[in-house]
Design a protein around this ligand. Sequence first.
Ligand SMILES: Nc1ncnc2c1ncn2[C@@H]1O[C@H](COP(=O)(O)OP(=O)(O)OP(=O)(O)O)[C@@H](O)[C@H]1O
Ligand SMILES: [Mg+2]
Length: 232
Amino acid sequence: MQDGLDYAKPCKCREKQILQNKYRFAEMPEQLKDLKLRDYKTDIYESGSNKTLSSQAKKIAVNYVKAFEQMQEKSTGLYFYSNTKGSGKSRLAVGIGNALIDTYGTRVKFTTTTKLLDEIKHTYGGYDIEGMNTSQYLEAIKTVQVLILDDIGTERITGWVNETFYEIINQRMLSKLVTIYTSNCEIDELKHDDRIKSRIKGMVFPVKCPEEDIRTKLRQSDNVEIEKLLLR
Ligand SMILES: Nc1ncnc2c1ncn2[C@@H]1O[C@H](COP(=O)(O)OP(=O)(O)OP(=O)(O)O)[C@@H](O)[C@H]1O
Ligand SMILES: [Mg+2]
């Protein structure tokens, strides 16, 4: 009681529960889900140009989180791209998603384009996704505060795929909601309809990522340890 008024303060365990629910909803990939932006390494890349690209990409990711309110006002997402697999694109996107949940309690949803399309098809068969039918699931994807669309460009493009993406991306654009993409190619190189590419271009700041496979590099250094265990 203060000034004759009652103030309701949420208890810590309820706040924790809300945060846990947000993480569950976000569905970050298992391998990357606990990773923080601060742990993204920039000195792990061999060449000077990749070190520079990774430093820039990290700086952009950190500042994006800091300036998130302005980014939302300007409906600005990010588009992380590089030709090389395993170079850290998804890691950066997940790092941003985790930071937004932790800092602002943002509602974030992570999905790969292939998984998204598979799940939509799954609902056509009368099955639900987390209790949602087709229109409810599409509505959730169209209206989530931040959508992380991982690996755009890997899916096989058909008329249906173009229609589905157009519906989602156009609705998110009209609602001024931000989307964060990762891809193995530049926006212009995507095989999607021009109306989709034009909308993506209009809604993101493109971020060139390093061209170096850190996934294989980490595997090789793990294998040195594993060799010691297996050949002892
Ligand atoms: N800069 C980095 N610092 C630490 N770990 C990294 C870095 N870049 C990548 N990794 C690790 O390497 C693995 C592959 O990274 P990630 O999945 O982000 O690559 P990607 O660019 O999205 O690859 P793909 O094009 O195949 O989707 C992950 O385990 C990730 O944590
Ligand atoms: Mg990836």
